[in-house]
Each structure stands twice: as structure tokens, then as C-alpha cells.
Design a protein around this ligand. Structure first.
Ligand code: MF3
Ligand code: CO
Ligand code: CO
Length: 254
């Protein structure tokens, strides 16, 4: 970590990232309308793939290092990288993170949200709300001259003040025509530490926040990461650009 060079994107490249990002946000808006008790995670995957193709885009996860599906669907204790499955049917009270990454005109829009299936428990509702706020507090740190550690520190402070933990094993990342590149963006850290942010850097912030321990275990499928204690985990992700005077969220619907 920290040795690779960080590419600065041109205005033209950021325009393409904004278009890919808007498409990704619109895909999540569409999938949100389908999240209900009784739908399977494979149904969500297939709807996402069909929608993406109709927009002349491609699903980056499909075949990425062997990932078998078009989106990640991470239910309840799944931290991230859940694989859509016909046998996994959503039920009232579940929480599900849907993580999408369409590639449009060569550029990636990477975003995720955690949705409630039916009516959430008060515990699930609080975890999901705190996780969304963690993402926004991380984004609020971004401006030229700030440090990567400032982002993680803001997220960690808010998560831990709410008695939750921050996942260590998965981090945000640079994203462009490449899905995962430098820099790495930990969701924990120390203010004033880490590389300095510069205008033109584009990366994701994607905190995974757990009710219990931060420790993760990967299942035998080689992908699905779950909490070691089986307690709930939530996540939100945006792709952002560092601008001259602050930050622009690229994964917002038009
Ligand atoms: N979209 C995920 C991220 O936020 C990566 C998924 S990789 C996959 O970085 F292979 F699991 F799809
Ligand atoms: Co993602
Ligand atoms: Co990402």
C-alpha cells in the first residue's frame, strides 16, 4: 500500500466518470424498487444485468478475478462480495447491500447502498443510518491538501462513538478505466497521516460498519465475506473526485 503512483484524471476523464457514476446511481434507484420480501438475489442480479445491457454498458464485476455474477448482494451478516443466488430469497426485516459497477464508455461507476427489506428492526435501522452518515462524514473531509487518514479518522470516530466497528480487510480504492487502483482508502485511521489529496484524484469511499467485531471471514466460495460473530454489517459507497475547492460525488442520479 502507498507505493503505486496515483493518477490524476483530466476534465474529460472526470466527465466520463460522472456519466458512468450517474448510470450506476440510476441502476441502484431501479433495483431499490425491486427489493421486497420474496425476491431472490439472483432475480436482482438478472434485472441489473438486463438494465445495464439496455444502457449499452457492461457489468464490471462479471468475470472480475472470476466473480461469477453482475452485482454483489450482501445480506445481513455478509460484509461484502455476496454472490447472487436463486435460493437466497429476501425476507421481511433483512438488510441488503447492493453494490453495482457499470462500465460506460470505458469508465467505472462504483456505488452501493444498504436497503431495508420490509420493516427493519430498530437495531438494523440504527446501523444502516450510522453507516450512511459515516460515508458522508468521510466525504466531507475531502479537499486538496487533506490527508487520506483524515477520511478514515472521521469514519472511525463516528462509528465507534456509536459502539460499532469498522471493517479493516476491505478499503476504498482509486477507480477510473481501471476498477481497482491506487490509492487505497482505509475507513479507519489517524488525522494528518497518509498521502495528501490533490485535485483530479478519483476514488471510492465505501465504509463497512459492523454491529459487533470488525473481523471478517471469507466463505468457501472464495468471495462472500461475513462477520466473524454473525452480527449485522452495513455499507454505503460513492465514487468521488477531488476538485479544486473540495469534492464532487460522481455517483449521483441525474
Ligand atoms: N464493487 C466492489 C467494490 O466496491 C468490488 C466488487 S469486486 C467483485 O470495490 F468481483 F466482487 F465484483
Ligand atoms: Co462497489
Ligand atoms: Co468500490
Amino acid at each position: 500500500m502507498g507505493s503505486e503512483r496515483i493518477t490524476l484524471l483530466s476534465r474529460r476523464e472526470i466527465d466520463k466518470m460522472r456519466r458512468a457514476g450517474a448510470l450506476a446511481a440510476e441502476l441502484l434507484d431501479y433495483l431499490a424498487t425491486l427489493v421486497k420480501p420474496g425476491i431472490s438475489t439472483l432475480d436482482l442480479n438478472d434485472a441489473a444485468e438486463e438494465w445495464t445491457q439496455a444502457k449499452q454498458a457492461r457489468s464490471a464485476p462479471l468475470g472480475y478475478h472470476g466473480f461469477p455474477k453482475s452485482i454483489c448482494t450482501s445480506v445481513n451478516e455478509v460484509i461484502c462480495h455476496g454472490i447472487p443466488n436463486a435460493k437466497q430469497v429476501l425476507k421481511d426485516g433483512d438488510i441488503i447491500n447492493i453494490d453495482v459497477t457499470p462500465i460506460l464508455d470505458g469508465y467505472h461507476g462504483d456505488t452501493s447502498r444498504t436497503f431495508f427489506v420490509g420493516t427493519p428492526s430498530p437495531e438494523a435501522k440504527k446501523l444502516v443510518e450510522v453507516t450512511a452518515e459515516c460515508l458522508h462524514r468521510g466525504i466531507a473531509e475531502v479537499k486538496p491538501g487533506a490527508r487520506i487518514g483524515d477520511i478514515g479518522a472521521a469514519i472511525q470516530e463516528y462509528a465507534e462513538a456509536n459502539n460499532y466497528s469498522v471493517v479493516r480487510d476491505f478499503v476504498g480504492h482509486g477507480v477510473s478505466h481501471i476498477f481497482h487502483t491506487a490509492p487505497q482508502i482505509p475507513h479507519y485511521g489517524t488525522r494528518g497521516k497518509g498521502k495528501k489529496l490533490k485535485a483530479g484524484m478519483v476514488f471510492t469511499i465505501e465504509p463497512m460498519i459492523n454491529e459487533g467485531t470488525w473481523e471478517a471471514v471469507t466463505l468457501d466460495d472464495g468471495w462472500t465475506a461475513i462477520t466473524k460473530d454473525g452480527k449485522l454489517s452495513a455499507q454505503f459507497e460513492h465514487t468521488i473526485a477531488v476538485t479544486k475547492d473540495g469534492v464532487e460525488i460522481l455517483t449521483l442520479s441525474d
